[in-house]
Design a protein around this ligand. Structure first.
Ligand code: ZN
Length: 444
């Protein structure tokens, strides 16, 4: 029986869309193996011959950049998954861009450059760090598990107007723009998350310490609501992946940790009445979009599976450590997730221009390390990070790099990047009060 354990076929989209979306390639050029070569190699490593044939027939599929920059099409063989510590996909959406907009197409390349400079890429790390390339976009059905068909088809149709006008604004969405490539590139961002869920789940069946996944994608997703885009976000990448993990892999209980400085209102809305998805957001009190009040805790049978912890302006490393130890960890331990997905926004950094928290590179290192530990303790290590915000290219890229270092259990290099002199005193009393209040509300 054909088993599509790793990568869905996306028959309606894959063939048409991939040639366009393949223009950006981080490492080297494509050197796909021949079909006969793949048959021999892959079948030796796994039982999924059926789907390999399917991918081969379409001529499209994921490939991996390994130690030599050489690429193997379609699959990550078990032998690669066994050795990997980090899997990532980069989807920079080069066509989805507006001049002077903070959510720019420079963001993902800046991260990739930093990873390269800091020797955290496959070129430097061999089989420890793998980039999956040529992954499929999400299918319309994948996206429709979160968003309304009306919105999805409406956005697709709007692409012709964007094509005529170059750039359009989607009304009532808290300035979310679209270009003629937005629809396809947003599907690709969601597809990266799905691909990483597939690979991390597959690896978790091979051993107790699967690699962590990181979807270096844009446009971001956590503000996009079921009925439309919002706040620079088009499709809820993490929400789509959460539904996919349940639907495709039978991972019933999904925990989403959102440490972006803004409330992940789109993700929150999508799962507000779902007891099997625990959405936990830390965000700056009073920041965009103004949602995420502490007393919103889910409804009906899902009461308690939404947790909002608004932090007062100025909260930083100490505040987040307390929040993790006293709120995030006990919530996760009680919920007992099957997989942890993370909305990793880097806009709570002290240098970020869009908000007023005081996280540092070191804060992100600690967070990544602690979340990795939680996933190892609670859900077989299954964990995928999704890039959300982060608009200072320097702090964004150094913080993602330190996140990678935490995934590898290597010491932080935050001291090279952080300048303690720029920080001011955290509002610790108000933070403690907020934590106490949320612990009381959730009986933690
Ligand atoms: Zn944000």
């Amino acid at each position: 029986m054909m088993e599509r354990l790793w990568i869905p076929s996306h028959q309606t989209l894959g063939g048409r869309m991939l040639p366009f979306l393949r223009h950006y390639c981080v490492f080297g050029s494509h050197h796909p193996l021949t079909w006969s070569g793949l048959q021999t190699t892959e079948r030796k490593h796994n039982q999924n011959g059926g789907w390999i044939a399917q991918c081969a027939a379409s001529g499209n599929g994921p490939s991996v950049s390994d130690i030599n920059g050489a690429q193997k099409d379609f699959a990550l063989p078990d032998s690669l998954l066994c050795n990997a510590r980090i899997l990532y996909c980069a989807s920079p959406a080069m066509g989805h861009n507006k001049e002077s907009h903070p959510e720019s197409n420079k963001r993902v390349p800046a991260i990739v450059d930093a990873l390269e400079k800091l020797e955290l890429t496959p070129k430097h790390r061999g089989s420890q760090v793998l980039e999956i390339q040529n992954f499929h976009p999400a299918s319309l059905d994948d996206v429709a598990r979160v968003h309304s068909r009306k919105y999805i088809t409406g956005l697709e149709k709007a692409m012709s107007r964007a094509s005529d006008e170059g750039l359009i604004f989607i009304e009532g969405t808290g300035p979310t723009y679209a270009t003629q490539t937005t629809f396809q590139e947003s599907l690709l961002a969601a597809g990266a998350g799905i691909t990483l869920v597939d690979s991390v789940v597959a690896a978790s069946k091979l051993g107790p310490s699967p690699p962590l996944g990181f979807a270096l994608v844009r446009p971001p997703g956590h503000h996009a609501v079921p009925e439309g885009p919002m706040g620079f976000c088009v499709f809820g990448n993490i929400a789509v992946a959460a539904r996919y993990a349940q639907h495709q892999h039978g991972l019933k209980r999904v925990m989403i940790i959102d440490f972006d400085v803004h409330h992940g209102n789109g993700t929150c809305d999508a799962f507000y009445d779902d007891p099997d998805i625990f959405f936990l957001s830390t965000h700056q009190l009073g920041s965009y979009p103004g949602t995420g009040k502490m007393n919103l805790i889910g409804q009906g049978s899902s009461e308690g599976t939404t947790l909002n912890l608004p932090l007062p302006g100025g909260s930083g490393d100490y505040s987040m450590r307390c929040a993790f130890d006293e709120v995030i960890a006990p919530s996760a331990q009680r919920f007992k997730p099957d997989i942890i997905l993370v909305s990793a926004g880097y806009d709570a950094h002290a240098l970020d221009p869009l908000a007023g928290l005081q996280f540092t590179t070191g804060t992100y290192y600690t967070l990544a390390s602690s979340i990795k530990q939680l996933a190892g303790d609670l859900c077989g290590g299954r964990c995928v990070f999704f890039l959300e915000g982060g608009y200072n290219l320097q702090s964004l890229s150094s913080s993602v790099a330190d996140t990678f270092r935490a995934f590898l259990d290597e010491p932080s290099l935050a001291a090279q990047f952080d300048n303690p002199a720029m920080l001011y005193e955290e509002p610790t009393r108000r933070v403690k009060e907020a934590i106490e209040k949320v612990r009381h509300l959730h009986s933690l």
